[in-house]
Write a protein that binds this ligand. Structure first.
Ligand code: ZN
Length: 185
């Protein structure tokens, strides 16, 4: 993972950069790989993080990092460039959180299985399928590339939880949902 360096600063809502659409990359350059190393390091350093998207550090490029073991086992971080969902199945609702909406958790309904195509950090085409939490992380991070936050998908606001480190009130998060979001995705 290269030399340890300072993790990148993660933006939190309502930062307007979180509501922008990220650009697909035409190729994975040395510069892209450098950025990927920084993103990997940033996620690695965050004990709560199981996924990170480039726009969360203010870079509007289609790059996500996910923990393939979703924090359950030894870390297995993978970078996906230009990820897109090519197949999905099922539906399930689970409690979800986001490093850009710290301390706030709410149930969100998502597909229970997805297949994603992307480029690896070496620029090679890769495919990744995941179910349960892995499917959820993939969909959550890909949403970030389209300016969508998980709070936009909350249906049951009664079931949300705020921990003591949450800088928002319940009402404030409700206001931030859909606020400044792109019209379509
Ligand atoms: Zn997030």
């Amino acid at each position: 993972m290269g030399l340890p360096e300072k993790p990148l600063k993660i933006l939190s809502a309502p930062n307007p950069l979180l509501r922008k659409k990220s650009k697909a990359l035409r190729e994975v350059t040395a510069e892209t790989r450098k950025l990927i190393e920084k993103l990997l390091w940033t996620l690695h350093e965050d004990p709560l993080g199981i996924g990170l998207a480039a726009p969360q550090v203010g870079i509007l490029e289609q790059i996500i990092i996910i923990d393939r073991n979703v924090g359950q086992e030894e870390e297995d971080l993978v970078a996906l460039v230009n990820p897109r969902v090519v197949a999905r199945r099922g539906k399930e609702s689970r409690q979800e959180g986001c490093l850009s909406v710290p301390g706030f958790y709410a149930p969100v309904q998502r597909s229970s299985w997805v297949r994603v195509k992307a480029l690896s950090k070496e620029g090679k085409p890769i495919e990744l399928a995941g179910e349960g939490m892995l499917a959820r992380v993939l969909l959550h991070e890909i949403d970030h590339l389209h300016g969508i936050l998980f709070i936009d998908r909350v249906e049951d606001w009664q079931a949300c939880e705020l921990n003591e480190s949450c800088p928002y009130t319940h009402q404030r998060v409700k206001e931030l949902a859909h606020s400044g979001a792109p019209k379509s995705s």
